[in-house]
Design a protein around this ligand. Structure first.
Ligand code: NDP
Length: 487
């Protein structure tokens, strides 16, 4: 294994502008899934810590330290945070890779730029969130004000721990809200480090608080707290449903970005070599631990055999390897539990009648780690479990189809609606199929493209509300209508 020797300092909570221990003094150990070795101790937030963090966020909002600051000043601080993230790219990339198991190529070359890009992009919005004047009657002046919500609770998962800090915090803060962020227990390190950088950038105390702790304790306390105005969540559909029920008690606003089972559709008229690369990146990038992973590959019957042969050949070459090696493209799954879940699904698929044409096994690197081979299951029926349930690993289910109608019907015949891919050289077909797919994002002759400026979120059971792009700012603001009687 490459360079895991430099010690990582223990991570603390960030509450009211200070790095602090948990009130209970409790800590937990975060583990490197590629080596199965401890990385460092992390302060474990309990109910009392969440209470302190919410109080700090509330005071920073109600006292006006952040929402009443000149928007251009907020813009300057958020831009600076983006710069500091880039200046610390090597450290952040390495922390993310050690904590999550993803290749350093992804963490350092892609995720760091995405999270910095979020702070840069949304910093610009701080000065551009405007209301409208609306002509109603000459006797009144009617206008709207776009105002922040207050305290936002952000609950994020372990698959893109660093990106999610940018996706949630950058727009919430740009709009003038304050934030209490709860990272996932598996991967708290980059969120805490970005919290420290935010203070260095000049974020006033209490504006961004980080409370790493168990979802059932710290997350639950955040969702129940009446002083929190909104919860922005990314994670499992099951927890998302639970949050909806809990949030109802305090009429909290919610953004839910939940699971997916996204179809990646290859028509016979596609550039098949490009589509093989796209199908492979669609599922093996991020170890398939991506909500939008192209986990159902729909291939037109006439090219099915040729396509699957090429894809299987490619998959066999993507061997799991040391995530800290810059050449590695398939890292370790984020936890032992996730690895076991993924391998369990492979067995289920085979039991249901699918044919394993690549991978399917755990493949330790240097004798350790939660690595799973790049796996392709062919001959999948769209009703099988491996076609309907989110596996969240490097496992692709290949389903054959016959013509456009069959492709669209199979693509939409699933609970989820997060993303989809379409591969074809026919422009008309590309656009008409894109319209008919029930998905929040459709990529044409591409897959897994993201940008801070492009809205991302789900149709159907994949959730509601949007991350990123101008649309998400609606979810972090509210509109006040003002009537002024001029007569
Ligand atoms: P969860 O939904 O449990 O975790 C996501 C976040 O929610 C974590 O921070 C977690 O905390 C927190 N959480 C859990 N329970 C509560 C609660 N009662 N109240 C408030 N917050 C809570 O996902 P899992 O880690 O269990 O992953 C299970 C499956 O979910 C995956 O296999 C995958 O299919 C899907 N998933 C989808 C993601 C997506 O991007 N849409 C991301 C992650 C998972 P804690 O620190 O305790 O885990």
């Amino acid at each position: 294994m490459t360079d895991t020797l430099t010690p990582v300092k223990p991570a603390r909570l960030i509450i009211n502008g200070e790095a602090v221990d948990a009130a209970s003094g409790q800590t937990f150990t975060t583990v490197n899934p590629a080596t199965e070795e401890p990385i460092c101790e992390v302060a474990e937030a309990g109910v009392e810590d969440v209470d302190r963090a919410v109080q700090a966020a509330r005071a920073a909002f109600d006292g006006g330290a952040w929402p009443k600051m000149k928007p251009s000043e907020r813009q300057r601080i958020l831009w600076k945070l983006g710069d500091l993230i880039l200046a610390n790219a090597d450290e952040l990339g390495r922390l993310e890779t050690m904590d999550n198991g993803k290749p350093i190529f992804e963490a350092r070359q892609i995720d760091v730029h995405m999270v910095a890009g979020c702070f840069h992009y949304f910093s610009g919005w701080a000065t551009k969130l405007t209301g409208e004047t609306i002509p109603v009657n000459p006797g009144v002046l009617t206008y709207t004000l776009r105002e922040p919500l207050g305290v936002v609770g952000a609950i994020i998962p372990w698959n893109f721990p660093m990106n999610m800090v940018g996706w949630k915090c950058a727009p919430a803060l740009a709009a003038g809200n304050t934030v209490v962020l709860k990272p996932a227990m598996e991967t708290p390190l980059t969120a805490v480090r970005i919290g420290e950088l935010a203070l260095e950038a000049g974020l006033p105390p209490g504006v961004l608080n980080i409370v790493s702790g168990p979802g059932a304790v710290a997350g639950e306390a955040l969702v129940r707290d009446p002083r929190v105005d909104k919860i922005s969540f990314t994670g499992s559909t099951e927890v998302g449903k639970h949050l909806m029920r809990t949030a109802a008690d305090t009429v909290k606003k919610l953004t839910l970005e939940l699971g997916g089972k996204s179809p990646n559709i290859v028509f016979a008229d596609a550039d098949l070599d490009a589509a093989v690369r796209g199908a492979s990146n669609g599922i093996f990038y991020g170890k398939g631990e991506i909500c939008a992973a192209g986990s159902r590959l729909l291939v037109e019957k006439s090219v099915h055999d040729e396509f699957v042969a090429k894809l299987a050949e490619r998959a066999k070459k993507i061997a799991p390897a040391d995530p800290l090696d810059p050449k590695t493209r398939l890292g370790a799954l984020a936890s032992k539990g996730q690895m076991e879940k993924v391998l369990g699904y492979v067995q289920t698929g085979v039991r249901e009648g699918a044919r394993l044409v690549a991978g399917g096994e755990r493949q330790p690197v240097n004798g350790r780690g939660y690595f799973v081979q790049a796996t392709v299951l062919d001959g999948v029926d769209n009703q099988m479990k491996v076609a309907q349930e989110e596996i969240f690993g490097p496992v692709l289910a290949v389903i054959a189809f016959d013509g456009v109608e069959d492709a669209v019907a199979k693509a939409n015949d699933v609970l989820y609606g997060l993303a989809a891919g379409v591969w074809t050289r026919d422009v008309k077909k590309a656009h008409s199929v894109a319209r008919r797919l029930q998905a929040g994002t459709v990529w044409v002759n591409a897959y897994n493209f993201y940008d801070a400026a492009i809205p991302f979120g789900g149709y159907k059971a994949s959730g509601f509300g949007r991350d990123l792009g101008p649309d998400c700012l609606r979810d972090y603001t509210q509109v006040k209508s003002v009537w002024v009687n001029l007569e």
